[in-house]
Ligand binder design. Structure first.
Ligand code: DQA
Length: 148
């Protein structure tokens, strides 16, 4: 078991607008509120957190590459890039650490184009449909994988 392992939580486009953005779909919680909850939850598991958001595909790819050296586990909500980005998939394929895919909304109960994820095939698991709680569930799930 690694001491105080580092958990990276990466967020893709438009997730900076949570709180204002389609609250019926994504709830009223802001990304900062979710981040605060994640930090508290991670502390309980003796994990330190790197929590980032970007609207740029290349930046997301660069962070995924960086996580290979820095992270013991990765939680990713790639937003719309989930459904479009082979580049994100290829970057994730480089990793050997556990990956959890998270979405606030239930992507399978929404439009057809959201039913396909480029990420699911390389993720250890997928949590969707529980709003911000999905991040907390993901931390619990991944901490078991990191520390066991
Ligand atoms: C999302 C679902 C995606 O389909 C959408 O493009 C997002 C948010 C979610 O968290 O529910 O931006 O990833």
């Amino acid at each position: 078991m690694v001491d105080n392992p580092n958990l990276w939580i990466l967020n893709g486009p438009n997730l900076n607008l949570l709180g204002d953005r389609e609250p019926d779909q994504y709830g009223h919680e802001t990304l900062d509120m979710i981040k605060d909850r994640c930090v508290r939850e991670a502390n309980k598991h003796n994990l330190s957190i790197v929590f980032k958001q970007t609207n740029h595909e290349g930046e997301l790819v660069a962070w995924i590459q960086e996580s290979k050296k820095e992270a013991a586990g990765l939680i990713i909500n790639a937003g719309a890039y989930t459904h479009t980005s082979v580049a994100v998939l290829d970057a994730l394929k480089l990793l050997t650490i556990p990956i959890i895919e998270v979405h606030l909304s239930n992507i399978f109960s929404r439009e057809e184009f959201r039913h396909h994820s480029y990420i699911s095939s390389v993720a250890s698991g997928l949590i969707c449909g529980f709003g911000g709680d999905g991040y907390i569930l993901s931390i619990n799930a991944i901490s078991n994988k990191i520390t066991n």
